[in-house]
Design a protein around this ligand. Structure first.
Ligand SMILES: CCCCC/C=C\C/C=C\C/C=C/C/C=C\CCCC(=O)SCCNC(=O)CCNC(=O)[C@H](O)C(C)(C)COP(=O)(O)OP(=O)(O)OC[C@H]1O[C@@H](n2cnc3c(N)ncnc32)[C@H](O)[C@@H]1OP(=O)(O)O
Length: 242
């Protein structure tokens, strides 16, 4: 989760970064006491870019959303497998007031779950964010290692994709969050290796509570596969998780 958390923060940093600004959102006034660290700390390859393992549908959708990015209304969110410098891990530990149970040497080996498969066999996805509309769209393709029912995507894999999409929506709006509740209605199974679109919307913010909903549709929009809602709680800097 922490890998996911910090990777999302890096995504946020890229999203909100102004020229000459190398501070984390978490280091902004009121959101924590993280020191700034440089953009150059991020040395990994951005995973949210076309790969040979992508299907034609995923490429076409990617191109369509990249066009929407041209006028600045939408932004592509970069995504990493994550590997952190020691100082970054220290910042994360400080944010959680030392409550991360994993030892230092294991922390540096941990990987973001959704980016841990070989190209094309697991989760292939890209998210796009529209600030005005408070929407995050995730275009995704679930590979052969994500099978549930024969020939179909595992429901837990789809729930994961929904979680990270809704979580990203809450996080770009409010900073570091954790999933408190997910409610998912599976309506039609998703064929393995097919491409679906997760369309999410920030519905309401009440204090630290971020309510987000989504639907999951086929590329041609004809099939409504799934609907989901989530509650995400903004984390308080310095508050222990355990
Ligand atoms: C380089 C430096 C980087 C620094 C990085 C720093 C931080 C990064 C951290 C996070 C970034 C995260 C990004 C990831 C984004 C998405 C998540 C990815 C998916 C996951 O994989 S994530 C793992 C699964 N997730 C859990 O493992 C959560 C277990 N849980 C908890 O850790 C706590 O539960 C927590 C933290 C959620 C809240 O705890 P808390 O102590 O902060 O807040 P509290 O309990 O006071 O609740 C406040 C108000 O929310 C209401 N509320 C709470 N829970 C509710 C529920 N379930 N239903 C309805 N209402 C609920 C209360 O009723 C109250 O409401 P009210 O204020 O009205 O009374």
């Amino acid at each position: 989760m922490l890998r996911s958390c910090a990777a999302r923060l890096r995504t946020l940093r890229v999203l909100r970064r102004q020229p000459g600004d190398a501070r984390l959102p978490g280091s902004q006034p009121g959101s924590g006491k993280l020191r700034s660290f440089s953009f150059e700390d991020v040395t990994e390859k951005d995973q949210a870019l076309p790969k040979p393992s992508w299907s034609k549908d995923l490429r076409l959708l990617f191109d369509k959303f990249m066009k929407k990015c041209e006028d600045g209304s939408w932004k592509r969110l970069p995504s990493y497998k994550t590997s952190y410098t020691t100082s970054t891990i220290q910042d994360i530990r400080a944010f959680f007031s030392g409550s991360i149970p994993l030892k230092e040497e294991l922390m540096s080996q941990a990987r973001l779950f959704t980016r841990s498969f070989e190209d094309g066999l697991g989760f292939e996805y890209v998210m796009f964010y529209n600030d005005d509309e408070k929407r995050v769209v995730c275009i995704c393709q679930g590979g052969l290692y994500l099978q549930g029912p024969p020939g179909f995507l595992h429901g837990g894999a789809l729930a994961t994709l929904i979680d990270i999409t809704l979580g990203t929506n809450a996080m770009v709006a409010g900073g570091p969050v954790m999933t408190a509740n997910l409610d998912i209605s599976f309506k039609r199974p998703v064929p393995l290796c097919s491409v679906v679109v997760i369309n999410s919307q920030l519905d309401k913010v009440e204090g630290r509570k971020f309510f987000v909903s989504c639907n999951v549709r086929s590329v041609d929009e004809q099939t409504l596969h799934t609907e989901g809602t989530g509650l995400f709680i903004k984390l308080e800097p310095g508050k222990s998780l355990i």
